[in-house]
Ligand binder design. Structure first.
Ligand SMILES: O=C(O)CCC(=O)C(=O)O
Ligand SMILES: [Fe+2]
Length: 362
């Protein structure tokens, strides 16, 4: 693919992420029990029995042996999380020194990677007379849950990008996995794709759009992200359990390859659960992206054939999350972290700028 540029400075950081932090709840909350498809919080064994004994029993965790297996899974996951930052930085360093990309050009975002309609939409959003109605006329509003579909990349870029990701998968490089729920995929930070690809994608192209779509939940003040690739196939992960993202706004772009089924489903906002949520099912269309609020509960149905690769960008607004951690729903207890951490910052008073409206967080 021709991009009109020479070799990119892969991994170079024009503006290193500074001052971003995590919330201490990362070590205690939202621990996923794969066997039972449940998220739990964990302080100690009596608390786990007290808070989750009944629900675990309902999900089939009945014997002491079952419960001990749960405890072991939790303790292993907490340990993994404690070492995560350090191990991730070590892998990133090895990859930047030793990995030989097949398509070095994909590491620096170019307009030619993007769908012409996407560029038009961004241009409109940056214009003086842009408003929500005008934007929604240009993109596909596919649900009253404020979920939108829009073309993002060219099909050619998706093909070349997957080739690059496969080249990395097949390499000897150390690999981290996106999260506890996705066992296959690629952490784009470790591959050196943040600096010249994901950060400009968020700042220059996505933020003008999200500012109009989600002004009430940080869409205008997104200042960090976590970006990764998820991959599903019949002999790897098939589907994804219901969850909400550690994000204010999420972009999910279908990259390919060929697959059937694997639709996403969306329910309530985590901030506004209803007794009987109404779900909406949404198909993935290769090269198109879905924008949704991170707090919109969602999951993915099993693929029936082929391979499904998607780019996920969890975009964060420190102005919003500094007030309330979306994972523990409390004022964040800030702890040091590498890179963008979980998108929190230490502001002098911890106060929200007056321009950001918090209504969706109530
Ligand atoms: O499988 C997908 O397309 C959705 C993935 C997702 O929701 C996530 O990783 O947060
Ligand atoms: Fe998600």
């Amino acid at each position: 693919m021709s991009t009109g540029v020479g070799s990119p400075a892969r991994g170079d950081s024009p503006r290193p992420a500074r001052g971003f932090l995590a919330c201490a709840c990362f070590h205690t909350d939202n621990l996923f029990l794969r066997r039972y498809g449940l998220h739990v919080s964990y302080r100690d064994e009596p608390q786990l029995r007290r808070d989750y004994g009944l629900v675990l029993g309902d999900h089939g965790c009945r014997s002491d042996e079952d419960f001990n297996a749960v405890l072991e899974e939790i303790q292993k996951e907490v340990q993994r999380r404690k070492q995560l930052d350090h191990q991730s930085m070590a892998r990133k360093a090895i990859i930047s020194q030793c990995y030989k990309p097949k398509h070095p050009e994909v590491y620096v975002l170019q307009d030619s990677f993007l769908a012409p309609e996407f560029l038009e939409t961004v241009k409109y959003c940056k214009s003086q007379d842009a408003d929500l109605q005008g934007l929604v006329r240009r993109i596909d509003s596919i649900s009253d849950k404020r979920i939108y579909r829009l073309p993002v990349f060219s099909e050619e870029f998706c093909r070349v990008f997957i080739e690059e990701l496969e080249n990395f998968e097949q390499s000897e490089m150390p690999k981290g996995r996106p999260n506890t729920m996705n066992n296959y995929g690629v952490l784009l930070n470790e591959l050196g794709l943040y600096e010249a690809f994901i950060t400009p994608l968020r700042e220059k192209y996505l933020q003008p759009i999200t500012s109009l779509l989600y002004p009430d939940c940080g869409g205008g003040s997104l200042d960090s992200h976590k970006a990764f690739i998820v991959k599903y196939s019949l002999h790897e992960d098939l589907d994804l359990s219901s969850h909400y993202d550690n994000a204010e706004v999420t972009l999910n772009v279908s990259l390919g390859k060929e697959f059937t089924e694997g639709n996403l489903y969306f329910g309530d906002l985590r901030q506004a659960p209803t007794p009987v949520p109404k779900y909406v099912e949404i198909e993935h269309v290769v090269s198109q992206g879905l924008l949704h609020q991170g707090g919109q509960i969602h999951g993915a149905l099993p693929v029936a054939s082929g391979e499904r690769w998607n780019l996920i960008v969890w975009m964060r607004s420190s102005a919003v999350r500094n007030q309330l951690c979306p994972m523990c729903n409390k004022k964040p207890e800030l702890v040091d972290a590498e890179g963008f951490g979980d998108g929190f910052t230490r502001s002098p008073e911890g106060d929200m700028p007056k321009t950001v409206d918090l209504c969706s967080l109530i």
